[in-house]
Write a protein of this length. Structure first.
Length: 141
């Protein structure tokens, strides 16, 4: 058996693998051009202010949510009330919230000023909430 004939199937397999990789890369590039999304550099640039704010030791983050039953119940009730409002966008349904000692801190994006006010109003109407800190941000169109 000639060495060339024994290497032919391996060569074909390698060539096929390389072609499929280049085809995938081309499809990925085409998809990026047709559906432009933020690159990681763009995302980092757009999130710089938010990242700096969240690094502030005084900023309340979701990880600051107390683990006692009263605060967890208030947080769950606020989340339920927000999600149950069908007039709000999915973005508003997914705001970050922390409930601690009757104070609810709201953070994250919403689509407009009306949603910002409505989410805060809903949170404030939940039993057990004594104060709402509204740090919601309106997303750029």
């Amino acid at each position: 058996m000639d060495i060339r004939s024994s290497l032919a199937p391996v060569t074909l397999a390698v060539a096929a693998a390389l072609l499929s990789c280049s085809a995938f890369a081309a499809q990925s590039k085409d998809a990026d051009e047709k559906n432009p999304t933020m690159t990681s550099a763009t995302a980092d640039a757009k999130n710089t202010g938010i990242n700096e704010r969240d690094r502030n030791a005084a900023a309340t983050l979701p990880t600051d949510q107390p683990n006692n039953s009263a605060d967890l119940e208030v947080a769950a009730a606020v989340r339920s009330a927000i999600v149950e409002d069908d007039s709000l966008s999915m973005t508003a349904h997914n705001v970050k919230l922390v409930a601690a000692g009757g104070v609810v801190v709201l953070r994250g994006p919403v689509e407009n000023a009306t949603e910002k006010a409505k989410v805060a109003q809903i949170a404030g109407s939940v039993a057990g909430v004594t104060k709402v800190e509204n740090h919601l941000e309106i997303s750029a169109p």
